[in-house]
Design a binder for this molecule. Sequence first.
Ligand code: GDP
Length: 460
Amino acid sequence: MFTSLSDRLTETFKGLRGKGKLSESDVNKALRDIRLALLDADVALPVVRAFIGQVRERALGAEVSQALNPAQQVVKIVNEELVGILGGETRTVRYAKTPPTVIMLAGLQGSGKTTFAGKLGYWLKEQGHTPLLVAADLQRPSAVTQLEVTGQRAGVPVFAPERGNVGGHDAVLGTGEGTRSFGDPVAVSRAGIAEARAKQYDVVIVDTAGRLAVDEDLMQQAADIRAAIQPDEVLFVIDAMIGQAAVETALAFQQGVDFTGVVLSKLDGDARGGAALSVATVTGRPIMFSSVGEQTKDLEVFHPDRMAGRILDMGDVLTLIEQAEKAFDREQADEMARKFLAEEDFTFDDFLQQMAAIKKMGSLKSMLKMMPGMQQMRAQLDALDEREFDRVEAMVRSMTPYERTHPKQIDGSRRARIARGSGVTVSEVNQLLERFREAQKMMKSLARGGGGGLPGMPGI
Ligand code: GDP
C-alpha cells in the first residue's frame, strides 16, 4: 500500500534537499512531480488539484519557520495537507446516550462488509462493549451463514432470522445463491435491535446486503433499513483496491443512503492508495477504520496524521510511542494505585523508576526530530536535560536501600557520603532531597483524593 507513492514523494523531497532557498521554479518542479505521483496512485483529479493548489500557495507564501530548512518546509506543508485530505481529525464510533448504539454497515458485495462486521465486533469487545451482530443481508442465504461463522470466530453473538419464520426456509434450502431475498431485512434489523435491548447488548452492528454494482434496489433497501432503524452510525465499507471507481461508488452510496463514516478495507493489499486519499475529501465524511487483513484482529482505527506519516515514509513513530506509553502507564498506574491505597510512602525507588521511564522517552528525541509537525513535542523533549537525569540517578544509586525508603533519616554525614559516592556536591544532594520532599507531599495530597491522574515526574 502506498509504496510507489511514498517512493516518488521521497524522491521529490530529495531533489529539494541541500537548497538554501527554494525558487519558484524549484517549487513548481516539485509540485509537478507530486501531482503525477498522486494521479498515478489513483487519487481523484479534483482532490489532486485542490491539494496542489494549497501546497503551492503555502510553499510560495510567506510561511517561513526558523527551525526548518526549505526542503523540510515543503515536507511539512505536504504532510499537513495530506492529513487534511485524509480527513484531519481522528474520529471513531460515537455511542448513543441510551444504549444500544446502532451501527449499520453498507457497501458493495465483496467490499469486505461481513469481514468488517466481525472485526468491529471484536474491536468493540476489546473496548469493553457487548456487541451483537445482526444478519440483515438476506439477498444471499450464504451471507447469513457467513456472518454466523465470522461472529463465532470473533466471539460475538449473531442475531439471524429464523429460517422458515422470516420469509421462507424454502428459499434458503432451495435456490441457493439466487437473487431472491428470503426475508424482510427491515423486520430482521428491528428484531435484532429489540433483541439487543432485551438482552442488554450495548452495540448492534447491522450487516446489510451488497450487490456487485451499485443498483437502485440495493440503495432503496439500505435507505429503508436506515429510515426504519435510525442508526447512530452508518459506516460505508469500501475496498481500497477499486482505485478510481472508489469516488463514484462512494458518491452513489452517499446519495442513496448517506453515511456517517467510511471504512477502508483491504488496505493490506497492493492498492495504490487513491481510494484512501480521495474518499474523505470527496464525501466530507471521515474515514474511521482501516481493515488490513482477513483475520479478526486486522482492524485499525484510522488516524489521518499517522497515515500521512506513512505515506511520507516517516514510519509510524506515533503508533510506536503510543504503544510504549500504554504499556508503561498501565503498569505504573497500577503500582501507584496500590501504594496510594496502602498509604505507603513514595520512595526513592519509585522516583528512580519514573525517571527511567522518562529517560526512555528522551531517547526517542532523535527519532522525533526527523518528523515534521512535531515542534511542540520536540521542544518539550529538548527541555529534558539528560545529564541532570544521570546525576540524580547516580545520587539515588549511592543511597542504601534503607535510605531510599527512609529519606528523612538521611542526615549530614549520610549526605556527604552520597555526594562522594556519586561525584556531586553536598548542596546538590540537599537540592535533590528538597525536591523529593515536594514530590512526596504532592503524592500524599493526590492520595487523599486530590485531582485525577498521576503526575508525570514530580519535582523535576
Ligand atoms: P462482503 O460481501 O462485503 O460482506 O465482503 P466479505 O466480508 O465477504 O469479503 C470479501 C472478501 O474480501 C473475502 O474473501 C474476505 O476474506 C476478503 N477481505 C475482507 N476484508 C479484507 C482485508 O482487510 N484484507 C484482505 N486481504 N482481504 C479482506
